[in-house]
Design a binder for this molecule. Structure first.
Ligand code: ZN
Length: 503
């Protein structure tokens, strides 16, 4: 076949694969936002059927051969060569796994998730413990079928899957810095006492919150012609295409800032995909950004912009008008201090900006030690609790607020957690670079968020996932990744907020 014919065949494959994906993503979004409880009875078998069809399509020998040939075809265009090579690299991770091994692991993961749920409700780690052991063994076995098995440690293979180019050596450096610089800072802040944030916990009616969100999203220049906001149990973003980026939130009537910052966060994710260049919009690179890169954009919105005082100089009047009784007496400074306050807590998903990376550090240290065989799953809850005491000065009293709080390990997602901290660190470096071109506070204060969006598009978003994270960071900032921007940001911000320099 000529390259021209192969390209035609490839285009047909792409259309078919993306049609299945779009149908499934739409069904998942519907399931999590509007579908009635019983809908699964009819939907789930059809959804599973589509999953199977998609798997057969993407694992057909013909498709592999096509990718193989096109990735090396000198007369094919550069983008196609790059795209087919990237898809091939991804598929090679699962390609050689025998079907029975794959099915057995999927079943194990499902049972393990159920055991985790049972353990969570019973508040008893020992129910989950044997499953955790089996999942680690199962996950390690899957790795043996990969082409790159044995080229590095199993944990490094997993780290690289979630954040290409990262390994435990790099993460060690990153987390050691966090440990050395932030633990003492957190201890100092605890001694200083709490900042008053009680007004955030008054009653904030759902309907008013929904109206406020619309206004905030307008401020963020969220494109409602190619995106929507809905409600779900846990906030998330689902990108169907460049022209359809949907976000969700959850309204808590007794916690004002919860939905505000989840909407700003998810808008960051959505904007990333919406601003991918037209050239990449219908390619694999539209949505294959690394976990760390994607989180860097949501954290840029949520933390570095959304918690900035200048952001609220523009938007606090909106809140005061919406909630005159709750916030009438609260000044802008009181509000900004409250949304930035830091207090060590046990639950990762509720942690503030400063203590958050310590939650991740704890999970990273445990995962790494488990995979290196330095510790076992036995009494892992005790290991967990001791680390919380050491780093955050608080000790979980039970497994539910301790080791059982996250679902990630139950289905074998090891190596995922570290990207959460990495995203915030990348974001600090991006903001530093943005400052050279833009007066960020001026943009925020004067409702010119469009200028910030344009900067992100030009330096980051337009590339989609076509660059490795380390290359993307260099392109956007002119420097390799440097975690000091993150550490310095946190140290400066919290020293100022808690007046630690005046001692
Ligand atoms: Zn996120």
């Amino acid at each position: 076949m000529t390259t021209k014919e192969l390209l035609q065949q490839y285009e047909e494959y792409k259309l078919k694969i993306s049609a299945y994906s779009l149908a499934m993503t739409t069904m998942y979004f519907d399931m999590q936002t509007t579908a009635p409880k019983k809908s699964g009875i009819y939907r789930n078998p059809r959804l599973a059927y589509l999953e199977g069809e998609l798997f057969s399509l993407t694992h057909a020998q013909e498709y592999f051969d096509l990718l193989e040939t096109l990735s090396k075809a000198e007369d094919a265009d550069e983008l196609t060569r790059k795209e087919t090579a990237a898809i091939l690299k991804d598929l090679n991770k699962t390609r050689n796994i025998p079907k029975d091994v794959y099915v057995a692991y999927s079943e194990l993961a499902l049972n393990s998730e159920n055991a985790w749920e049972e353990a969570y409700h019973a508040n008893d780690y020992s129910i989950f413990e044997p499953y955790l052991k089996k999942v680690i063994e199962g996950k390690s076995k899957l790795l043996t079928y990969r082409d790159d098995y044995g080229t590095k440690s199993n944990y490094d293979l997993l780290l690289d899957d979630y954040e290409p180019g990262m390994n435990s050596e790099e993460y060690d450096k990153f987390f050691n810095l966090i440990k050395e610089e932030l633990v003492p800072l957190i201890h100092k802040i605890v001694k200083k006492g709490k900042i008053d944030d009680s007004f955030l916990y008054k009653h904030y009616p759902r309907e008013i919150q929904a109206k406020v969100m619309k206004e905030l999203m307008d401020y963020l220049h969220f494109d409602f012609e190619s995106g929507i906001l809905r409600e779900s149990l846990h906030p998330f973003t689902s990108s169907f295409s460049k022209y359809d980026n949907r976000i969700t939130t959850k309204y808590l009537e007794d916690k004002l800032d919860s939905s505000i910052f989840s909407v700003i966060h998810e808008s960051g994710h959505a904007t990333y995909n919406a601003q991918v260049s037209d050239e990449l919009a219908e390619t694999y690179f539209f949505d294959n950004m690394s976990m760390g890169m994607h989180e860097s954009q949501s954290r840029t919105f949520e933390i570095y912009l959304g918690k900035n005082r200048a952001f609220w100089e523009a938007n606090y009047p909106l809140l005061q008008n919406a909630y005159p009784e709750q916030l009438g007496d609260v000044t802008l400074d009181q509000f900004v201090d409250a949304i930035n306050a830091s207090t060590p807590s046990l639950i990762r998903t509720e942690a503030d900006e400063l203590t958050y990376p310590l939650h991740i550090l704890i999970r990273y240290e445990i995962e790494k030690a488990l995979f290196n065989g330095e510790i076992s799953v036995e009494h892992l809850d005790e290991v967990w609790n001791s680390k919380y005491e050491e780093y955050l000065g608080i000790r979980p009293e039970d497994d539910r607020t301790g080791i059982l709080q996250d679902v990630h390990w139950s289905d074998g997602s090891f190596g995922y957690f570290p990207t959460y901290a990495l995203g915030s660190a990348y974001a600090a470096q991006f903001i530093h670079a943005m400052r050279k071109d833009l007066d960020i506070e001026d943009c925020l204060r004067n409702s010119r968020f469009d200028l910030i969006k344009d900067w992100l598009k030009e330096h980051i978003h337009k590339y989609g996932g076509s660059n490795l994270p380390k290359d993307q960071i260099f392109i956007a900032t002119g420097e390799p990744f440097d975690p000091h921007y993150y550490i310095n940001h946190l140290k400066e911000k919290y020293t100022r907020l808690y007046h630690l320099d005046k001692e």
